[in-house]
Design a protein around this ligand. Structure first.
Ligand code: AMP
Ligand code: GLY
Length: 425
């Protein structure tokens, strides 16, 4: 372990605000720089476009060298899919995040399915098609419901769970005819429907060794009662009681170890964060719904509050192949996050909403997502604006603390779900 680490963090959402908050608490930190960040970050650590170019390998590498960066932490999936970790590798700078090859586990649903097949990981059965006619003719012979997925990155909008053939047809038309997802819709993955309860598990890995954070449960639909359109996530809590110790063991043996082994066998060890999206069947069997190549948002905002270890050390160990396979020390507590979103999210979120953000007290922490400073005023820039988090011995108190904070606010043109955590209560 280096004595003091200079870190560059890429990203500007609630996830990155939470990661930065943990990194800033580390006694192993020399300096943290962030691009692009948001209004929640201390101003002195933010970089602007004139200072760093994240779209050009030469300029990016030159920045790493001239600033003596010891570790790059990549928050979102896009830079990883485009090869930012490979740039770092070529520049000789450790990166927390997988190579472009490994990031295909999120960047291509077809690739992910093939890897799962090679590793014999439990998941839904599937078929892949490159054109409308063959996909449609296949679907008509299957029993419903069916899940239709655009192959590539689609900001969480490329998946349709179809209970009727008309919905299947519409989803295929969106992919192949109107080409709503551009090149991400060059292929479609059709999956059988998995029944059960979902959970997200974050696995830190150096390619060979791994350590799991407590499982979380996300709330993907926009409105109370799991109604409305799918979003990036409107709230989460952790630990998720559905992932019992026995199910956790099953996930490690049947999913994590085989998939990491499959990447090693390909000659591309997977390092960074492996996000395992799970469906736990009523019989207690864990199936993979999806893998992502980065921390989840908003789950990270609550999961990291449970960690009783130095996050920066773990990120550095993952990036430098020094992690130990072991249980992480976590707090005996329950944490949660409630997302405040702009009116119109996810389709057409209103932007530029002025925000007066009350100072949180007690165990409440507020992470910023789509915010920026306009002179002295904080305004919204995106769909998800803030993540209100808290932590306590029991989920009811945790939720009360989040909602008591929100009751003190007077945000215009925004909304949040009032039922985060209700299922576990
Ligand atoms: P994905 O982006 O693949 O995680 O899909 C988005 C959401 O669609 C998931 O969080 C699930 O709620 C749902 N989903 C995806 N695949 C399946 C499946 N095979 N069975 C049931 N639901 C699914
Ligand atoms: N909250 C879901 C995700 O980060 O993909």
């Amino acid at each position: 372990m280096k004595p003091k680490i200079k870190v560059l963090l890429i990203g500007g959402g609630g996830r990155e605000h939470a990661i930065a908050t943990s990194i800033l608490e580390s006694t192993n930190l020399d300096e943290l720089k962030v691009f692009p960040g948001n209004a929640g970050f201390p101003e002195g650590i933010l970089l602007n476009k004139d200072q760093i170019n994240i779209f050009d390998e030469m300029q990016f590498s030159a920045f790493l060298k001239s600033n003596h960066i010891d570790l790059v932490v990549v928050g979102p999936e896009d830079p990883l899919v485009f090869g930012m970790a490979d740039w770092c590798e070529r520049a000789g700078v450790p990166c927390f995040g997988p190579s472009a090859y490994c990031a295909q586990i999120e960047g291509s649903k077809h690739f992910a399915k093939e890897m799962m097949q090679k590793a014999n990981v439990p998941t839904a059965t599937y078929a892949v098609f490159k054109d409308y006619d063959s996909a449609w003719s296949y679907c008509q012979k299957q029993s419903l419901p069916l899940v239709v997925k655009a192959d590539g990155l689609a900001a969480g909008k490329g998946v349709t769970v179809a209970f009727q053939l008309t919905e299947v047809k519409q989803a295929l038309e969106d992919i192949f005819i109107t080409q709503k997802f551009g090149s991400s819709g060059e292929k479609v993955v059709i999956e059988s429907f998995l029944e059960g309860e979902e959970a997200s598990l974050f696995v830190l890995t150096d390619g060979e060794h791994y350590a799991c954070l407590p499982a979380a449960q996300d709330h993907k639909r926009a409105f109370d009662g799991d109604l409305g359109p799918n979003t990036g996530g409107m709230g989460a809590y952790a630990p998720a009681p559905i992932v019992t110790a026995e199910i956790q063991k099953q996930i490690e043996t049947n999913i994590i170890e085989p998939i990491l082994g499959a990447f090693q066998k390909e000659g591309h060890p997977y390092k960074g964060l492996l996000y395992v999206g799970l469906m736990i069947s009523p019989k207690g069997e864990a199936n993979v719904v999806e893998f992502n190549c980065r921390f989840g948002d908003p789950e990270t905002q609550c999961v990291l509050r449970l960690l009783n270890e130095d996050l920066l050390t773990l990120l550095y160990q993952s990036a430098t192949k020094n992690l130990e396979t072991r249980e992480l020390r976590t707090k005996e507590a329950t944490s949660a996050v409630v997302v405040l979103a702009a009116e119109g999210y996810p389709e057409a979120p209103k932007k530029g909403i002025p925000l007066e953000i009350p100072e949180p007290s007690g165990d409440v922490k507020v992470f910023h997502a789509g915010t920026k400073k306009q002179d002295t005023q904080i305004v919204s820039t995106g769909g998800r604006i803030l993540g209100i988090t808290s932590i306590s011995k029991n989920l009811q108190d945790t939720m009360n603390q989040c909602y008591d904070y929100l009751a003190r606010t007077d945000f215009k043109n925004t909304f949040y779900r009032k039922d985060i955590g209700r299922r576990a209560l």
